[in-house]
Design a protein around this ligand. Structure first.
Ligand SMILES: Nc1ncnc2c1ncn2[C@@H]1O[C@H](COP(=O)(O)OP(=O)(O)O)[C@@H](O)[C@H]1O
Ligand SMILES: [Mg+2]
Length: 231
């Protein structure tokens, strides 16, 4: 079974003044295999963020289907959706989106506390150690560099061992060296933890670490390129 399957998924946002609006995603069909690392590329406005939001059940298609680990997102109850997001999905953003009033370790443990999972602090510390940030556990986000904040955000996204790791321009706000470190962590999230990773990116170099590169244009697949390491 695919970790994530999208079948003819389209998304139309309402336009201003009740107009029909633009088609941000246009009949997207693809099955993302378990553990596959996919880079989503294409110019600004081609639908990358829209696709990630559908993949994370943060939003729903106007038509078509999105299946996350065998569950159809449309029509699920709010409770079911919350559970799905809290157990199966990790999200990483360009601007990190750490909660500013919580320390690094408190940010990482929050998803576990919200879902009532045991040993939250211990597991959060393990994940911080994995991203080499254990020594910064008590720091507040404003006391961290961009790269350090993104590593904390990766620890937070992985703390509950999600099946799907969704990263929206995760290195867009980082310098090259720091960005490469973040890319390495995302690659290892896939190879060591078996996460299925979807990463939207502007950077052509960052696609080198992906198994598959999907080029989007106007909300549709323009090209799918599989690298040698994909099976
Ligand atoms: N909330 C929204 N309301 C209306 N239009 C939107 C909204 N979000 C995105 N769009 C439009 O949908 C298209 C795809 O946007 P997006 O998915 O953000 O692309 P990308 O992430 O590749 O830059 C764009 O034309 C954008 O203007
Ligand atoms: Mg975007």
């Amino acid at each position: 079974m695919a970790a994530l399957q999208m079948v003819n998924a389209s998304k139309r946002y309402p336009g201003a003044d009740g107009e029909s609006g633009s088609l941000a995603l246009d009949g997207f069909t693809y099955a993302f295999r378990e553990g596959e690392f996919t880079a989503l590329v294409g110019r600004s406005g081609c639908g990358k963020t829209t696709l990630l939001n559908l993949a994370g059940a943060m939003d729903f298609p106007s038509s078509g289907e999105v299946w996350i680990d065998g569950q159809l997102t449309s029509g699920m109850s709010d409770t079911g959706l919350t559970r799905l997001r809290r157990t199966k999905i990790g999200f990483i953003f360009q601007f990190f989106q750490l909660l500013p009033t919580l320390s690094a370790v408190e940010n990482v443990e929050l998803p576990l506390l919200l879902s009532g999972a045991p040993h939250a602090r211990e597991r959060a510390m393990e994940r911080l150690a994995w991203v080499e940030m254990a020594g910064f556990a008590g720091r507040m986000p404003h006391q961290l560099s961009g790269g350090q904040m993104q590593r904390v955000a990766i620890a937070r996204a992985l703390v509950h061992n999600p099946k799907l790791l969704l990263a929206d321009e995760p290195i867009g706000n980082l310098d090259t060296v720091t960005g490469n470190m973040v890319l390495d962590l995302l690659r290892r999230a896939s190879s060591e933890h078996g996460a299925t990773v979807l990463m939207a990116t502007h950077s052509a170099e960052s696609t080198a670490i992906a198994d598959t590169v999907i080029h989007l244009r106007d909300g549709a697949i323009e090209e799918v390129r599989r690298t040698a390491c994909a099976c």
